[in-house]
Design a protein around this ligand. Structure first.
Ligand code: SF4
Length: 675
């Protein structure tokens, strides 16, 4: 098992114990030396073959945000050096990513204007960039070179040059963003020149023996951008200039094709890395994007077309993903479910990231779990086994306490049990698999089909976590008791027993999920072929794709935004998928009444319209399921209320997991201080 993934390999002079690279992620904690070091050290301990840091900007104009580190500035030196030495102390290896965002830069944070090869603004950052002058290009190249030397001096084992995802180097390569008529543009050799000069300058500053990985774009997913043939020419040019490995990224941030969202099938981008490998022969090539398991990595490596696999978010979700696989414990890996809600979405807000399913990520010092300082084992009850309850039970058990987890249903998982039915959200079931196995390993007693009706039955515990989640909000709309009206939970739990025409009341995250579930249908091809076809990237081999069992869906809301509350990186992709599936979206309406055969609504223009429907699905919010709250207060035990039981105003699994973790640590501290 995992023979290829766990086989040693080399990138230049650097020997790696396995083929798994932890990909670069901006964390937003780059100026907190202790926190950053703890994060990377835990991933080194967890078996990452090589860690690539989040981008460290080579100058202020290239910053992706206020929280970026600046490799060439003394203020970043302490944190970077500390991170490198913490990784080395764990026996790991770490490369610094040299970064310049170009026209994607949020350099206005520093009173600067973004720069780019040409003065063409992006959809992603509307500030118009300044077209770099010749002397400014030369200075930027020197900034990359000094950054590489600085990385070496700070103790890093190598550097990765960020040249993909639409950042500065990628902007020079692409005819979309490089309209220069001088020697830094005009034709392919001119467009490649900036990248090649950067590489040569790094080589001469940091030394031939200092490993350099170049992250290139396997495909930009932008109209009229660099062609596949040009990408291969570029890869060969870097190979001839002496690069030690190519890491192949996919897509620009402003591309209209999703690349890392849950809708994107796992492993779909590997062929683009394989094409680069075919061009460069023996040079190590790293495949990136949407590979989220060691099993997936092993399959890709076994096919033999790339040499390493880069996984980024999976190391947020589980720092020990490699070590667990090596120990034969892949069933205990907490899988990244590509939700983006606590990582990329927060990164775009320029605040520290974490992980929905692993809220300890980037908070390792706040929630230590590798100490044994828990004192006398206590008995805790956790009521409810949704996200908040599962995490509380796990954390309490890891901290050395005896835990009983009470769940009214016949399975743990809460809302994740419904989410896993949604197209692309199958991996939400992996979270349930992880907690099922991990809680059993930790000795948590899971009592299923065991609702707690009487709080006094808990009196022998030392503390309680109330995590009973939410109930669908009771509908009050006229006609809500008609036979064709159901709740979203009825649809998703019962496998979608609805008519052919469906109207959905409420277009928040759950309403959108229901619409996606009902409109997706069944295709006569596998999900990868379907995705490539639907995104216009490839046609199926045997003619058209047939999709059956697709419902006719109308999705309605009072507000102006379909998918309100869904994260920035995901909402647009899901709404686009719904429209492609023929879902009618009706924002800005007022509900009048539900009537036989449909629902009457008033449009923004004031007209009353009947939306024809065999089934009306109510997805108009939730209410706290907190009936045990007052009885618990009266009981007088230490307790915490978490997740939906605490606040149902918007279903937020990121908050639920985090509150579950925090409650566990608080209760343990409280118990210790009272002993
Ligand atoms: Fe993966 Fe979601 Fe965690 Fe990000 S927040 S690492 S996408 S599970």
């Amino acid at each position: 098992m995992f023979e290829r993934a766990l086989a040693p390999g080399s990138i230049g002079a650097l020997r790696l114990p396995n083929r798994i690279v932890m990909g670069s992620m901006h964390l937003g904690i780059e100026h907190d030396a202790e926190r950053l070091a703890a994060f990377y050290a835990e991933r080194a301990r967890g078996g990452a073959g090589l860690i690539v840091t989040g981008g460290s900007s080579v100058n202020r104009a290239g910053a992706g945000g206020r929280n970026y580190s600046f490799v060439n500035e003394p203020r970043s030196a302490t944190a970077l050096a500390h991170a490198a030495s913490a990784v080395h102390a764990e026996g790991g290896r770490i490369a610094l990513q040299l970064f310049h965002a170009g026209r994607y830069a949020l350099s206005s944070s520093f009173g600067l204007r973004p720069v780019a090869p040409s003065a063409i603004a992006s959809r992603f950052v509307p500030d118009p960039p300044h077209a770099l002058l010749e002397y400014e290009i030369a200075q930027t190249i020197r900034d990359f070179a000094s950054g590489a030397l600085r990385a070496r001096e700070l103790g890093f084992d190598g550097v990765e040059v960020m040249g993909s995802e639409g950042y500065l180097i990628n902007q020079f390569l692409s005819p979309v963003t490089n309209r220069r008529e001088d020697d830094w543009g005009r034709d392919l050799p001119g467009r490649m020149r900036f990248a090649r000069e950067v590489l040569r300058a790094i080589r001469s500053s940091a030394g031939r023996d200092f490993p350099v990985i170049f992250r290139i774009s396997g495909i930009d997913l932008m109209p009229n951008s660099t062609t596949p043939a040009e990408t291969c020419v570029f890869a060969k040019a870097l190979a001839s200039d002496g690069v030690d490995a190519l890491n192949v990224g996919i897509g620009w941030h402003e591309s209209s094709i999703p690349t890392v969202q849950h809708l994107v099938p796992s492993g779909i981008w590997v062929p683009y890395a394989s094409a680069v490998k075919s061009a460069v022969g023996d040079l190590p090539v790293i495949a990136s994007n949407r590979i989220n398991s060691l099993q997936g990595a092993e399959e890709v490596l076994a096919a033999g077309s790339v040499d390493f696999i880069s996984m980024a978010r999976p190391f947020l979700a589980d720092s020990r993903i490699v070590a667990k696989a090596a120990r034969g414990e892949a069933n205990l890996v907490d899988t990244c479910i590509a939700c983006n809600q606590a990582c990329i979405d927060l990164s775009l807000l320029d605040v520290p990231v974490s992980c929905m399913v692993n809220p300890r990520a980037c908070r390792e010092r706040e929630f230590p779990e590798d100490t044994n300082a828990t004192g006398t084992p206590r008995r805790f009850a956790v009521i409810g086994a949704g996200p908040a309850g599962m995490e509380s039970a796990r954390a309490l058990a890891v901290l050395g306490h005896r835990v009983e987890l009470f769940e009214a249903q016949d399975e743990i998982g809460g809302q994740f049990r419904m989410a896993r039915r949604i197209p692309g959200k199958r991996d939400f079931g992996e979270t349930i698999r992880y907690f099922t196995n991990e809680l059993a390993r930790l000795g948590v007693v899971s009592r299923l089909n065991a609702p707690v009706a009487d709080a006094t039955s808990l009196r022998d515990f030392d503390g309680v976590v109330l995590a009973t989640g939410v109930l669908p909000r009771r509908a009050t709309l006229e006609g809500h008791d008609l036979p064709h009206v159901v709740s979203y939970a009825d649809v998703l739990r019962n496998g979608g027993v609805v008519g052919e025409r469906v109207a959905i009341v409420g277009a928040g995250g759950i309403g959108v999920d229901v619409a996606h579930y009902l409109s997706f249908g069944e295709a006569n091809v596998d999900e990868t072929t379907r995705f490539l076809f639907e995104q216009g990237l490839a046609a199926p081999a045997n003619g058209a794709i047939l999709i059956a069992a697709r419902k006719q869906v109308a999705l309605m809301c009072r507000g102006s935004t379909i998918g309100q509350g869904i994260g920035k990186t995901t909402r647009w992709a899901v709404v686009r998928a719904l429209r492609a599936a023929g879902v009618e979206t009706l924002p800005n309406i007022t509900y009048e009444r539900i009537v036989p055969g449909g629902i009457e609504v008033r449009t923004a223009a004031g007209d009353v319209r009947k939306v024809e429907a065999d089934t009306v699905v109510i997805a108009a919010g939730q209410e706290c399921n907190d009936v045990l709250l007052e009885p618990l207060r009266r009981l007088g035990l230490p307790f915490r209320v978490v997740g939906g039981a605490k606040d149902a105003s918007e279903l937020n699994a990121v908050r639920a997991f985090e509150e579950g973790l925090r409650a566990a640590h608080e209760l343990v501290r409280e118990a210790s201080s009272s002993s």
